[in-house]
Design a protein around this ligand. Structure first.
Ligand SMILES: CC(C)(COP(=O)(O)OP(=O)(O)OC[C@H]1O[C@@H](n2cnc3c(N)ncnc32)[C@H](O)[C@@H]1OP(=O)(O)O)[C@@H](O)C(=O)NCCC(=O)NCCS
Length: 389
């Protein structure tokens, strides 16, 4: 057995995030994924042939996202066919898991260069497109014990269980949009977003440069007036939107990065995954964050920036309550806005969050970033990255 090595992030990039039927809807998901793969090569100047593996996270692996979309993306990107690829599904945490598996493979000496990426085209393939006829994916016997309910209903359950007020959920959602708009206005996404040309429903192709979903016109009064989706506290505004996008992170051993004269932008310090109660479903971050911190021998106070994926405002507020910090005043959370505003293209979001936190850490000259996500059927993922200051 070889000694463990450090897995470093040398670059990370994402597409702008389109909303359902929005600016990216005219592209195929593999084209979105190929775009971020090509961008990584352009930015780092490496030969595609040295990539040992491409791990593509994707939640809804059917039709245009079926048949190993990772491989389709590699071939479509013009990489030599000798570059392998796989597609993995850890629901919303898919591309975060791609980063974590990629880092493991480098740490153990089984790869030198891995691209960990993710993609989701929710316009073409809405949640559930891979469930099959009559919900064939779900074994009726298992579902008797663990009923499958829509995520938006799980979000209500979280708000009830953790006694969260609608007013606070709406405040948090509004804050996400304000931070995202401010970040766009201040040019904070310039280094992470790779504009992409996309066919539109009418007219010429357009170079899409910005995310579709952040709203400038949000007000608390408007948010408070929106009807609950299921009679609880979850609304269209304190739930993430439906989106299209892709993101990719290039990982290397430190030795390989040095050999190629590439700066290591961060090290993957620790990672964890948990299973949680599948009906409440969204408690993953509450359990996986402490587990990951324990692995790193660190505390949450030591994290300079934190991303808890904003699948729903209730997920972040419940996690903060359980881990005893105040989501509404903690200055470390999603400093450039979260998925409520930027969007949540499921399989792409983990790599997107790691890309965004890396750029935010650099922007603020900070060291430690924690990324955590809740995932369907009761899973949680976490990663700590560390910059050399
Ligand atoms: C919640 C959901 C059902 C809403 O779908 P929708 O009704 O099509 O949502 P819309 O974005 O059209 O919002 C409906 C209306 O709410 C209002 N609204 C939504 N967000 C708002 C905001 N932040 N500020 C102000 N108004 C807002 C708008 O009036 C909007 O209408 P508009 O088209 O005139 O702007 C859908 O976004 C969804 O399913 N999200 C969850 C996805 C999911 O489960 N992901 C996995 C998580 S783990």
């Amino acid at each position: 057995m070889k000694e463990l090595r450090e897995a470093v992030i040398v670059d990370a990039v994402r597409t702008p995030i389109g909303k359902r039927n929005g600016s990216l809807a005219g592209l195929r998901p593999d084209e979105l994924a190929s775009h971020v793969l090509r961008e990584l090569l352009k930015r780092t100047g490496i030969e595609a042939g040295i990539v040992d593996d491409v791990i593509m996270g994707c939640n809804t692996q059917t039709a245009q996202q079926g048949a190993n979309i990772g491989r389709m993306a590699v071939l479509g990107a013009g990489f030599p066919y000798t570059v392998p690829a796989c597609s993995l599904n850890r629901a919303c945490g898919s591309s975060q898991q791609a980063v974590n598996f990629g880092a493991q493979s480098i740490a153990t000496g089984n790869a030198d260069v891995v691209i960990a990426a993710g993609v989701e085209h929710m316009t073409l393939l809405p949640i559930g497109s891979d469930f099959g006829e009559g919900f064939a994916a779900f074994n009726p016997k298992t579902v008797e014990e663990y009923p499958v309910i829509p995520m938006t209903m799980s979000a209500d359950t979280m708000a009830e269980k953790y006694e969260l007020a609608r007013e606070d959920l709406d405040k948090f959602a509004l804050w996400s949009h304000e931070k995202a708009v401010a970040a766009w206005d201040a040019g904070k996404f310039a280094n992470e977003v790779a504009p992409i040309k996309a066919p539109q429903i009418e007219g010429e192709d357009v170079l899409v440069e910005k995310d579709d979903s952040p709203r400038r016109d949000s007000t608390l009064e408007k948010l408070n007036s929106l009807p609950p989706l299921h009679g609880g506290t979850t609304t269209a505004a304190n739930a993430c939107p439906i989106n299209d996008g892709a993101a990719a992170v290039m990982l290397m051993s430190r030795e390989k990065a040095d050999e190629l004269s590439l700066k290591d932008r961060a090290v993957v310090t620790a990672q964890a995954v948990v299973g949680v109660e599948p009906v409440t479903c969204l408690e993953g971050p509450i359990f996986v964050i402490p587990k990951c911190l324990e692995r790193a021998g660190m505390t949450l106070d030591e994290m300079n920036l934190i991303e808890i994926n904003e699948a729903f405002a209730s997920v972040v507020l419940a996690t903060a309550k359980a881990l005893e910090f105040d989501a509404l005043s903690d200055g470390r959370l999603a400093v450039h806005g979260g998925s409520l505003a930027l969007g949540h293209p499921l399989g792409a979001s983990g790599a997107r969050l790691i890309t965004t936190i890396l750029n935010a850490l650099e922007d603020k000259n900070l060291k430690y970033g924690m990324v955590s996500m809740c995932c369907g059927l009761g899973l949680g993922t976490a990663t700590i990255i560390e910059r050399e200051k």
